[in-house]
Write a protein that binds this ligand. Sequence first.
Ligand SMILES: C[S@@+](CC[C@H](N)C(=O)[O-])C[C@H]1O[C@@H](n2cnc3c(N)ncnc32)[C@H](O)[C@@H]1O
Length: 261
Amino acid sequence: MHTQITHPESGLNEMVESPTRHESWRMFDRIARRYDLLNRLLSFGRDVAWRKQVTEFLPEGDRLQLLDLATGTTDLLISVCHGSGRIENATGLDMAEKMLRVGQKKIVRERLNDKSSLVRSDAQSLPFTDNSFNAITIAFGIRNIPDVPKALREMTRVLKPDGRAIILEFSLPKNRLMKRLYLFYFRHILPRVGSLISGDAYAYRYLNQTVESFPYGQEFCSMMEEGGMKIVGLKELTFGVASIYTGEKPATKLFGSGKRD
Ligand SMILES: C[S@@+](CC[C@H](N)C(=O)[O-])C[C@H]1O[C@@H](n2cnc3c(N)ncnc32)[C@H](O)[C@@H]1O
């Protein structure tokens, strides 16, 4: 499918391929160099504060094994490792090699290389055995994965019993005025600024279209439950522009009727 976009500089119209989540990681490889700068600019620095809040939802216990999915340039992994002294080991996983390369440099700079490692792999088919991690985090990543139910099931599989998945993702404000203001910014200003700085018109049109079409609030909690998790928290951030969802892998299996024949 194609859609028409208007170039911010020239004002010319162009027919381009419509955004799709299929292999979205290729697009992140294209914008890897400017990704962090654009995050800070386009969220007015809020993304840093949102990632910091993820640490509050870690499960109890010391020596936690952490997996950060769709880790990208590793901002969340770094934020959680610095925010909690309880992380023994952190693994970041992403499909985009260039994002990971930027992330690896940051891990060294932050002196976290002793306890962190990065893996290039697909979140829909995790290269880990069952019950491996105490916590799985994912920031602004779940929306970009083509088969979300599959990724959620994989997260449940590799979590230890009572382990937690903490998902930070964009959502839409409930307040009607806030929602209108936000959507105006999101549809008209963000794609133009994003396109100018990254040189990639597709990427920032993709951002606003995927956010507007992705389930949030209770609808997304239901998806996590279908993936085998028990919801233990839903927190809206900055008027509901983003949300943190926390799900736990039950110590006993949630599936089945529990009836005996
Ligand atoms: C918006 S970025 C988020 C990066 C980082 N978590 C952050 O907070 O800035 C989304 C990331 O999802 C990754 N991604 C997309 N599809 C993926 C998949 N199937 N498996 C693993 N990572 C994927 C992209 O490569 C990209 O780095």
